[in-house]
Design a protein around this ligand. Structure first.
Ligand code: BEZ
Ligand code: FE
Length: 302
């Protein structure tokens, strides 16, 4: 009989899992087990420490509802979402606008709006215009591209975090015009702290991290034949651009709000302009690291 000790256990587990018919699942699970075992050996993990980790993961699961996804927050704060995003970008065959985190506050059912509409229904912050063009890698506008947007209110909370999370605010979907142009009104973005009232917040405090995200607005942009772009625009001058708690900022996504802009389709407002570049693809695999919480949990959970 095989002697199971702190070294032979890894091969024993890998051997049992080698019957997995799905080759990709087999590869992923084998690598996960090798790294998990290596990690336990490296830190000489004690039973108490492993139990504490299991309690932590249990609390992460228990915090999840159809409006809250604590596991996505954990993936984001560990830098794993940003890593998976970077791997996804590298797989693209054309160089497009950089991606950023989807985060835990995306909703798939944001209202369809007309170009020029405001995504603000209740919030009272400063209204500004957002505009630009969705182009291909040759700079040609992509007609009718679908732009989905969401942002927090002036207190730094998303609608999903408010008293009645089923009421939507500061979200919208727009079809670009025949030259790929988009424009809409929204709030001047505000920085905020990620949700700190759960186990991920406990982890952030234990690590003496500040927990802030710099001011930003989220975009998911898609069109048939193009790679879906999941990204965000970050506001120049925010004090947390270099230390985002979830590692979402790239220099090319940092933008400046113009107080006056005669080229804006809404010239009476301060504005933020950005042109998004989409890469062509035949492969429509998703670039979303994160998701609508209700799509993961299902409507029945509370
Ligand atoms: C967000 O930008 O909405 C977000 C991303 C990761 C964690 C928390 C919030
Ligand atoms: Fe956000």
């Amino acid at each position: 009989m095989r002697v199971i000790d702190e070294n032979t256990i890894t091969d024993a587990a890998l051997e049992q899992m080698s019957s997995t018919p799905n080759q990709r699942l087999k590869e992923i699970m084998a690598s996960l087990v090798r790294h998990l075992h290596g990690f336990a050996r490296e830190v000489d993990l004690t039973p108490d420490e492993w139990l504490q980790a299991i309690k932590f993961l249990t609390a992460v699961g228990q915090k999840c509802t159809e409006h809250r996804q604590e596991f996505i927050l954990l993936s984001d704060t560990l830098g794993l979402s940003a890593l998976v995003n970077a791997l996804h970008d590298k797989r693209g065959t054309e160089s497009a606008t950089k991606s950023s985190l989807l985060g835990p506050f995306y909703r798939h059912d944001a209202p369809m709006m007309k170009l020029g509409d405001s995504i603000i229904s209740k919030s009272k912050g400063t209204e500004i215009a957002f505009y630009g063009q969705v182009v291909d890698t040759n700079g040609k506008g992509i007609p009718n591209a679908l732009v989905q947007i969401w942002e927090p209110d002036e207190t730094g909370n998303y609608d999903l975090q408010l008293h009645d999370p089923s009421e939507m605010d500061l979200r919208g979907c727009f079809h670009c015009d025949s030259e790929g142009r988009y424009y809409f009104r929204g709030l001047c973005p505000t920085g905020y702290m990620i949700p700190m009232d759960g186990p991920v917040g406990d982890m952030i405090r234990a690590q003496k991290r500040h927990g802030y995200r710099p001011a930003h607005i989220h975009f998911v942009i898609g069109a048939p034949g193009y790679r879906e772009l999941v990204t965000a625009l970050y506001i120049n001058g925010d004090p947390h651009l270099e230390s985002d708690t979830v590692f979402g900022v790239s220099q090319s996504l940092v933008v400046t709000v113009n107080k006056k802009d005669d080229k804006s389709p809404l010239p009476h407002l301060a504005s933020l302009r950005y042109d998004f570049k989409l890469a062509a693809t035949k492969d429509q695999t998703s670039g979303r690291v994160g998701a609508d919480p209700s799509q993961i949990i299902g409507k029945a959970a509370h």
